[in-house]
Design a protein. Sequence first.
Lengths: 358, 570
Amino acid sequence: MLKESKGIRLEHISKIYQDPKTGKDFKAVDDANLVIEPGSFVTLLGPSGCGKTTTLRMIAGFESPDEGEIYLGDQPINELTPNKRDTAMVFQSYALFPHYNVFDNVAYGLKLRKMDKKVIHDKVMEILDLVELSGMEGRMTNQLSGGQQQRVALARALVVEPSVLLFDEPLSNLDAKLRVSMRTEIRNIQQRVGITAVYVTHDQSEAMALSDQIIIMNKGVVSQIGTPQEIYYHPADEFVADFIGEANFLRGKLVRKDGEKGVLSIDNHDVEVDDIGNFEVGSDCTVVLRPEAALLAPEGQLPCKVVMSCFMGEYQNYHVMVGDTLVKITDFNPKHKRIYRVGEEAFVKFDTCDVHII
Amino acid sequence: MAAQSKSAKLDRKKLFSDPVMVGMISVLLIFLVLFIVYPLFVLLIDSVYTEGKLTLSVFQRVLSMQRFRTAFSNTLVLGLLTGILSTAIGLLFAYVDVYVKIKNKAVGKLFNVVSLLPVVSPPFVLSLSTIMLFGRSGIITRSLLHIYDSNVYGLKGIVVVQTLTFFPVCYLMLKGLLKNIDPSLEEAARDIGASRMKVFTTVTLPLLLPGLGNAFLVTFIESVADFANPMLIGGDYDTLATTIYLQVTGSYDSTGAAAMSVVLLSLTLILFFIQKYYLERKTAATLTGKASRARMLIEDKSVTIPLTVICCLVALFVIIMYIMIPFGALFKLWGRDYSLTFKWFDYLFKYSGLKAFKDSFLLSVIAAPITALLSMVISYLVVKKKFKSKGFIEFVSMLAMAVPGTVLGIGYIRGYANGIFHTGVLSGIYGTGIILVIVFIVRSLPVGTRSGISALRQIDKSIEESAYDLGAGSGRVFTTVTLPLIKDSFFSGLVTSFVRSITAISAIILLVTPQFLLITCQINEFAEKGYYGVACAYATILIAIVYLSVLLMNLFIRFFGTSKKIKEEK
Ligand SMILES: Nc1ncnc2c1ncn2[C@@H]1O[C@H](COP(=O)(O)OP(=O)(O)O)[C@@H](O)[C@H]1O
Ligand SMILES: [Mg+2]
């Protein structure tokens, strides 16, 4: 689209609510600092109740922050009402106007801007074409399927050419298959239009598939910001590691250090690591090991005992004990591999570069 | 909470940057303060502040009046009896409706008619027909039973009339609650061997208890606040409402009346708060959610037949009472000469009847759209917006529900006869049509607001938010999204407030000046004088007007109602 998209900046944003039961104050969002680049697709990801919607609604202007300032581009927007902010939101419930047909729903924002009738018509048709709803403009919204309704909602938000598009779990009312195809479509449209998008979801695969950047939130606090790869391979803490995909946590101690590399002692066994980050010799640390990054082998870093072994088709699923710690291992394509049975002794084997320590 | 959190400050700043919101809120605040809070406040001041001093002397004077003390206990006795009877009959109807299998379609129709009647009937019509059925020249008493000294006036008359007027309200309230009782609870009790009666007393009734209390209090308040029925059929059984009226119109003692009003108001307010903030919540807490599945209806004939017959008799009786009214207008001389004639209608139109209809109609037609719009605006603000004075607005507009019309009337007399606080400001509206229209608005506002609020609660908040988000200001959101979505509720609010206005009497009768003739006041006047033919002629036309407007409303909603269309297609 013609208009240039803008970035968003949240500086020390907090939001305080009263707990409806106890009446006590609590921070639904706690000191959030975010920089969202123009034209990027950013998701707010986290478990239900962690403050994602609240953050999004503060950006839209429906809620006011208790601390901090929100910028759209370089302009502080705390004092602007939602109708004065150059953002447009797509709601979880679609929130279409039930008394208007598809055309009038999409045209609503343009009519508010007092545009010429002809211009409105052209713009609406163009955008309906973009979301593949051409020919449906005369339908009432309750004559559309869920997916189509969501496209109308998207079109209605896109057509006013906002600087930023906001999504609050827009796909959660759709069935699983449609969810996957719609998310691809949303990503494609966003890329084509080049608009900045902030997307709230609790579904990690949605976040992975869509985002340039993922912002992980937990109990009102931003836990980590990064690309999907950064978040997955270098989680900042146990919460992030556990929330995104599956993770094994092994407790250890750094015993030697050699530049970036080092040696950990886990369960009295030495384990080499490629990247020890900022840890000092002698400090306790936790190893994050993804189940698919480890194998069972006759020899390896950590001796273990198999307590569960289960064929899942595409992989063999093992639970093994390393000392007192349960470790999950998924061994993909097991057809021609040796299968370990329950009770057998073996070693957990992994690459030194696949270990991330926190 | 912090003295003023930053978000609250920002919210306020956002609010003030929206001129339509500021306008709406200011207009509402001014209206509510001027016409609900101020008149009640004046009554309080009047009764404790005489000749520049704070004193309880007025109260002492009033309390020492035998007349007042009798009226006070009369009022309580009346409220109690009416409350209990209405709740009991309402419960019977609700139980039969929800639990008993009725094959006959006509019975269902009968139930419908009964629940609709209180909506379309002027509040005191039943008094008229009771007098005509059971009075000295009543059809039943005189012509059938040949009792020549029958006396319907007094407590028994009022109780019968009020019960028949108010029980349909209880019926509808309790029906809603009974429907929400999960049948499996009762079936579980049946399963372990409890008899049907036992199930009713040990399971159904305890679950329903807060709801029954709620229904009882609602009727109690209505009964206590009722003016017209005690006036017409009370005889020398004076209640607080009639005593206050007589204190002003007979004894010209408006400070005394003010003190009495404070007593009556305190009574209804206390009951109202118990009802609103305790019982209503309790009802909601015990009966939450929907019944999980359909209930097995009672088919046992030894239960269904007696219950159904009783209900049908009561319903038929009520309907006959309404049918009496047009006949009362068509018979030559009630009790003596039952030949048909139009002379009462002729009389009515010869003697300023037309003016009465014109005045009543005009004032109500002016009041109705204002009321409907105001109540929708209040509902919108209460449900969808947050701002500081919201609690106040919601509270005051609900409070008006608990203010008896007579009290409001006295408040306006005391508060506006010499202008606000005797300064002459706004005294211009006193004695004009404006104050009558305002009274109509205030009296209908709570009803409209309540229905508006429940209609708006059903609309997904994000629909309006998305309009707001796309760039519409609050006024635009209200007119392009909110209002179209609650068109039905708006239109029924329009008709309801028209009907309530054109049938209103309690506050109006204190404020009306000879310049205006109102139908209800005319009916009251002619009935008082014993001209039942004319009174019935007025009432007949009034019922016809009201019925037509309700019909019109239903037609409109059927053909133009958006929300219905939307709901049906889903
Ligand atoms: N208006 C409100 N008043 C009080 N608490 C609220 C309000 N809105 C949200 N909350 C609370 O704030 C927390 C975060 O809510 P939300 O942002 O909706 O979470 P998410 O979208 O991540 O599921 C939750 O604990 C929620 O109960
Ligand atoms: Mg949410």
